[in-house]
Design a protein around this ligand. Structure first.
Ligand code: DGJ
Length: 692
């Protein structure tokens, strides 16, 4: 199949994905790209018969006035949100672009535009693939002159224009520490709705994706257009809806008020702002995003993520070699595959007040270094991992005393401490070199298999390019470290889920989704996470009861069933678990290891949302099915008798792995699967089915 197809009259380009088409028309007269179609499959010749939205004549300004362009720049009669706003060395602002050329290779289509008066070229990049409906778009801005700085006040990656509909609704998530992933689905106002991080990091409070529908889509039906940004620094997404009925989504890196500067000969490559059209509702949009991450984003998509144990909730900063060894032995006996020592193993880090930046094992806690513990963990048959927070330092540290100039700061201003720490400026090459140096040595000398890479405060007192350049510097260190240690696996963490996006997922293997390990709260957090991000990256720990954060008491089985719906981990004080709890934990870990390929590599169907009080999710992978159902509170929750399943063959039969009962597929997808939830609150059930 041709991915990039030109119409016979050469006017229209159709970019084909697995099941959709994005069609554009290059307006050479006005130096712009007009969107034609974003929806079900359409040939280039059919698309050529479609007038550009609201633009009856090819060279007409009509339709540009409120932003029906793939990359609306500031300049001329345009009054909507610009994707690009520039100020030139001669003091003028505003662009007048002309068409230069277009080219296409292997699913990539590029349109090159140049300003008629100023030394700036704008390259619009589109990439489509035959195995996904996600389209990647980004822009390259190049200073082609020999002198003067071009100031970029706005430099978005792309604008995604939606077809006109009578109404529009927006879905996105908000959150806070320990309350990530709260899903909002609201009418899109006739206004510019801006979601942004001005924190230097992706953020808990918002996440760089949106979904737009016409108000009628549901979990498994209706049209949904979505977009997600691959960036982990400050970012901004604008969903703009005009009084004339138009809707567009613009997105890119940057922080309002902090322009980027383009020097002669330099180029700025924006992050990818990927777009997706789905005809099968929010659930199908989520599955397409998950599938895209598994095929084209994650570094090791074919692997199964191990069952891990993390020491944080058991020991916090009270880390000793003997204590960790005792936990490691208990974890290994349960079937854990990866043992991770969290914060507190290094420098003077006996609390969060000191030591961050001094990455040598604490000699009182590890008199012979980390190697003996690492060797013992390996001998127990587990991989060994360590917590690090490379981008931060405590003022009370040898690092800060030696290099106070390395932190983000503004001369004479207060250096704001959050969690008693300051952020290092990773846009500095010397800081990157230092970070790579000690990380490389730590991995090599300790025999590390895994890093939990944390980031525990937003930026303050950052100057200029650090708002975005820090993230690029972090990417550079991660990329170099991974290249030097191909066996190393990395978990992204930022006080829980403060750094999850398509940019960090291209460089890490999994995400610590939230510091809130309360299984009931977690149902909502995981539902929000799964809207865009793959369950194969969603780490969830079973911890102690009552929960250390919420004090809620929840049975072990319920806690396990919630964590087993992602990448299972344990995080409790195993020494305090009763023998019967340890037996039950070992049995549930064995069950998880059996259904892990289904959860981690399967298609997710969200059968019932958390707000029902009786949520349920289903995974389908090849001939296997896993269904998790929960009843939170027995008192007011509706009865949960039968659960119609999705993604099955109605003509096939499915056998229950545990009961041996055989269910016709048509019953499972029609009347539904009969549940056997135990009585009372915090009841849960996992059903494993196999097609026969
Ligand atoms: C925040 C993380 O989210 C926690 O899991 C833990 O690693 C702490 N940092 C350690 O300081």
């Amino acid at each position: 199949m041709t991915l990039v197809e030109l119409s016979a009259d050469l006017t229209t380009v159709a970019l084909h994905t697995a099941a959709t088409t994005y069609a554009i028309r290059i307006d050479r007269a006005l130096g712009t790209v007009r969107p034609i179609h974003w929806g079900p499959r359409l040939t280039a010749d059919a698309a050529a018969t479609v007038p550009a939205w609201s633009a009856p004549r090819a060279d007409s300004w009509e339709g540009l006035l409120d932003g029906a362009e793939d990359y609306p720049v500031d300049g001329g009669p345009r009054f909507g949100v610009p994707a690009l706003a520039a100020e030139f060395p001669d003091g003028t602002a505003g662009l007048e672009l002309t068409f230069v050329k277009q080219r296409s290779t292997d699913g990539e289509f590029v349109v090159v535009l140049a300003d008629s008066h100023q030394p700036l070229t704008v390259e619009l990049h589109y990439r489509v693939r035959a195995d996904t409906d996600v389209i990647e778009r980004w822009t390259v801005l190049r200073h082609t002159g020999e002198s003067g700085t071009i100031v970029l006040h706005r430099h978005d990656s792309a604008a995604w224009c939606l077809p006109m509909r009578d109404d529009f609704r927006i879905s996105h998530v908000t959150g806070a520490w320990s309350a990530e992933g709260r899903l909002h689905r609201d009418a899109l106002p006739v206004a510019d709705t801006v979601l942004a991080s001005r924190r230097g990091v992706t953020g808990h409070h918002a996440n760089p994706w949106v979904m737009i529908d016409d108000g009628a889509a549901g979990e498994e039906h209706g049209e949904v257009w979505s977009a997600a940004l691959a960036f982990s620094g400050s970012w901004r997404i604008t969903a703009t809806r005009t009084g004339t009925g138009r809707c567009a989504i613009l997105g890119g890196a940057g922080r309002d008020g902090v322009p980027a500067r383009l020097e002669p000969g330099a180029e700025l490559v924006t992050p990818v702002f990927a777009g997706l059209y789905s005809a099968g509702g929010f659930g199908s949009a989520s599955r397409a995003w998950h599938d895209y991450q598994r095929r084209h984003v994650l570094p090791h998509p074919g692997e199964l993520r191990p069952v891990l144990y993390n020491s944080w909730e058991a020991t916090t900063f009270d880390v000793t070699e003997d204590g960790q060894l005792a936990l490691a032995k208990a974890a290994a006996a349960l079937g854990v595959e990866l043992f991770v020592v969290d914060d507190g193993w290094f420098g003077a880090r006996t609390s969060d007040r000191a030591g961050l930046g001094d990455w040598a094992p604490n000699p009182a806690r590890f008199p012979h270094g980390l190697r003996p513990l690492a060797d013992e963990v390996h001998r127990l048959g587990m991989a060994f991992g360590l917590w690090v927070e490379p981008e931060m330092t405590n003022p009370d540290s040898d690092l800060y005393r030696a290099h106070p100039e390395w932190v983000l700061h503004v001369p004479r201003h207060r250096r704001t401490e959050l969690r008693n720490q300051l952020a290092l400026d990773f846009s500095r090459p010397d800081v990157q070199q230092w970070a790579f140096g000690w990380l490389d040595a730590l991995v090599r000398q300790t025999g590390l298999d895994f890093l939990k890479w944390d980031f525990n405060r937003p930026f303050t007192e950052a100057r200029g390019t650090a708002w975005t350049g820090h993230a690029l510097g972090t990417y550079a260190v991660l990329d170099r470290l991974r290249a030097a240690h191909p066996g190393l696996r990395i978990e992204s963490c930022a006080s829980g889920g403060g750094r999850v996006d398509l940019g960090i997922l291209a460089r890490t293997d999994q995400v610590w989704v939230s510091d809130n390990t309360d299984a009931v709260d977690r149902l909502g957090i995981q539902d929000g996470y799964s809207q865009v991000y793959a369950p194969a990256t969603m780490v969830a720990w079973v911890t102690d009861s009552p929960n250390p954060l919420t004090r809620r008491e929840v049975p072990l089985r319920f806690r396990f069933h919630v964590a087993m719906a992602g990448v299972l981990g344990l995080g409790g004080d195993l020494a305090a678990w009763r023998p019967d709890e340890l037996d039950e934990a070992a049995a549930l870990i064995a069950v998880y290891r059996d259904i892990r390929p289904v959860v981690q590599h399967g298609a997710l169907f969200r059968l019932r949302p958390p707000e029902t009080g009786t949520p349920a999710v289903q995974y389908v992978h090849e001939d296997r099915v896993a269904v998790f159902a929960w009843r939170v509170g027995a008192d007011f929750a509706p009865a949960l008798g039968r659960l119609p399943l999705h993604g099955l063959d109605p003509a096939a039969n499915y056998r229950d792995d545990d009961s041996g009962q055989v269910h016709p597929g048509a019953v499972l997808t029609g009347p539904g699967l009969a549940l056997r939830l135990p009585e009372g609150s915090y009841a849960s059930q996992l059903i494993r089915l196999r097609r026969i």
